[in-house]
Design a protein around this ligand. Sequence first.
Ligand SMILES: *Cc1c(COP(=O)(O)O)cnc(C)c1O
Ligand SMILES: [Zn+2]
Length: 503
Amino acid sequence: MRPEHFPPDIRSRVIPEPGGRLIYSCLSCASEFDIAKLLYTCPDCGQVLLIQDERFERLKQTPAEQWRRIFDYRRMLTLPALKGIYRYHEFIGPVIPLPAVVYLGEGHTPVIEANALLQEAVGMRFYFKNDGQNPSASFKDRGMASALSYIHYLIISGKVSEVLAICASTGDTSAAAALYAAYLRPHIKSAVLLPHKKVTPQQLSQPLGSGARVYEIPGVFDDCMKVVEALSDHYDVALLNSKNAWRILGQESYSYEIAQEFEYEMADKVVVVPIGNAGNITAVMSGFIKFQQVGLIDALPKIIGVQSAHADPVYQYYLEPDAQKRKFVPQNVRASVAQAAMIGNPVSMPRVVQLVNRYNDLAGSQRVHIVQVAEQAIMEWYLKANRNGHIACTHGGECLAGLKAALSKGLLTGAETAIIDSTAHALKFAGFQDMYFENSFPVDFEVQPQPSLINRPVYVHPKDLDEVPAPGKPLSGPAFEQFVQTVTRWIAEDLHLIKKTTT
Ligand SMILES: *Cc1c(COP(=O)(O)O)cnc(C)c1O
Ligand SMILES: [Zn+2]
C-alpha cells in the first residue's frame, strides 16, 4: 500500500525521518561518546557500551495507540527499508537514513503455536518464534542488519571508505556477518575467526560461500574472542561481535515483534531465550524496557534465560541470592549440543547485570530468571519439538527444556503463555541429531539416546530382486515391473499396510 493511501494522521509518520541523537554510553563509568567513530569499549575504563538515544523522551509524546497504528500501517508498506527490523526505526536506529538501511529479509519471523501434544508434554501454552527463518538461518541477522546499516551509512556519507569487518563466532555470527558484508561489496570485506571443529559443517559453509576469509583457531570461542579483541584494539577493523552495541540495537527488534504479534499484552507472557555471549538476552530486556517506557506494552514480560550445565557462568552467578555477594567467575566450558552458546566468559555480562536490575526494578518484582538444563534434556526437547512439526535447533530445544525447568521450579504459574526463541534453523545442527540417532555422541557430551526418539533410514533390499536401477542404467519392461512390484510389497509389509478390497 502507498503512503498516500494511509489515513492523514499516519501518513506523516509512516516514513520515518532521521531523528534522535544516539551516543555510546558506558555502563561502568557513565562516560558518553559520539557515535561518529566506531567504539566497542569505553576509552576511559574499558567496559562494554550501550547505545542510548539522548532524545528518547520525545518518543513519549506520541500516544501508545498511535505508535501501534504506525507499526501496523508500516506492515502494509512495500518499501524494503521498512520491511525488516526498521519497522521500529525510531527505537532501533533513528539516526539511520532509510537509503542506508541494508535489508536482506531479516526480522518478522513466524510465531507458531506449539502443537497440542507438545504443549501437553510441557504443561503450558507456548509458541515458537522461528528465528531460524532469518536469511542466514539464525537470529544474528537482526543485529547484523543494524550494524551493517550503520557502517553503510558511514560509507555513503563519506566518513569511511574501505571497511574490513571481523568477528569471532560460534558459527552463526560469522554466517550473518559474512552474508551482510558480501552484500555490501566492494566497500566491505569480511574475515571471521572460528574455533576449529567447534562449528557445524553447515555453519562453516556459510562464510566460505559468502566469500569471507575464514580462520580456524585452535581452542574454543572464548579464545577466538581474545584474538579478535586484540585485532580490533591494534588495527583498523570493524568488530562485528555483540560487543558492538549496534548489534544489540538490532536484536531489540525481537522484543518489538513479540509485542506487536501479541497485541502488546505482555503481562501474562514469558519470553524464553538461550544465553551464550549474552547479547541476545541483553537486547531482549532492553527492547521490552524501551516499549514499556513509552507505554506501548502493558507490562514487562517474564524472561527466562537458559544455560546448559556444560556452559553456565551466568546461571552460576545468579545462584547467589545476595546481590552484594555475587561474583562473576569465567568458566572453562564443556562440550555442548547448544554449541552456539558454549561460552564461558560472556562479553555482555556487565550489560546483563545492569539490565536485570533495571528490568526487575521497573517491573516491581523479579521478572528475569536464569535456569540451567542438562545436555540430555536439550537433545530430547530439540528432537521432540521437531517430531511435533516444528523446526527448532538445539538452542530451541534448550529453551524448551528451560521452560519445563522453570515450570517445575515454580517460577511460572502454568496459566501464562511462553514464547520460545528458536534461535536458528534445525538444519544447521543436524549433526547432533545424527549423533543421537547413530548413538555416536562422544562421552563428554553426556547424552544417552532414548530408543523411542531414534529414527533411522530404512534401506530397501528385497532378496528376490534380480536387477535394480542405477543412475544412467534405468530398468525397463518386465525387469522394471518386477522391481516396482517387489519394492512395493516390501514397503507395504514393513508398514503393515492393509490391502484395498476391490468390489
Ligand atoms: C549466538 C547464538 C546463541 C546465543 O546468543 P547470545 O547472544 O550469544 O547469548 C544461541 N543460539 C544460537 C543459534 C546462536 O547463534
Ligand atoms: Zn567507562
